[in-house]
Design a protein. Structure first.
Length: 179
């Protein structure tokens, strides 16, 4: 092998090494960013559950009846927003929508009867995670408002056992994918 060939081989090996290192670094950064988003959404849902716990405490103390406590909790959580107008939703363990701020027409309806099979499947996964763990993350594809395509989304859900409710919120991961 002549000197020129050896030099080209060294350059190719170095380039491949740099590309491999860059790919590893990008994957690591993606994991860090996504993990941060997951922790943020978990903390926010836990805060929303704190609203439920507060109202439930007032119910137990006899300061409010159940219906009034639940209504106050719903209205408080309805107004809660975070980064880019994200919101919280509530269903009961039987699949009835309690709170859905962007679609209030769904409130009081059984989500199991949705005509959209993809939506019904996601909601079924929500119920399964609550039944098994009481809380957790669910990843799925969902149509992002303002776009015609489905985007990867991660939701965190937490069950509120005293009222048989599931509280959750989700974030789109397209910005993580873009980075």
């Amino acid at each position: 092998m002549n000197l020129g060939s050896k030099f080209r081989l060294i350059v190719v090996v170095a380039a491949v090494g740099l590309i491999a290192l860059a790919c590893f670094w990008l994957k690591s950064e993606r994991t860090i960013i996504e993990s941060g988003k997951r922790e943020e959404i978990k903390s926010l849902v836990e805060a929303a559950c704190g609203v439920l716990a507060r109202q439930h405490g007032l119910e137990l103390a006899g300061q409010r009846n159940r219906q009034e406590a639940q209504q106050r909790a719903i209205e408080t959580i309805r107004s809660m927003r975070y980064s880019n107008n994200n919101y919280f939703f509530i269903t009961d363990i039987h699949g009835t929508t309690i709170l859905n701020p962007p679609h209030p027409e769904l409130e009081g309806q059984d989500v199991q009867s949705l005509k959209d099979p993809a939506a019904a499947q996601v909601l079924q996964r929500f119920e399964e995670i609550i039944q098994k763990e009481g809380h957790g993350f669910v990843s799925y594809s969902w149509r992002k408002p303002g776009t015609a395509m489905e985007v990867r989304k991660v939701s965190y859900l937490e069950g509120f056992e005293p009222w048989g409710w599931i509280v959750g919120s989700g974030v789109y991961m397209d910005d993580v994918d873009a980075v």
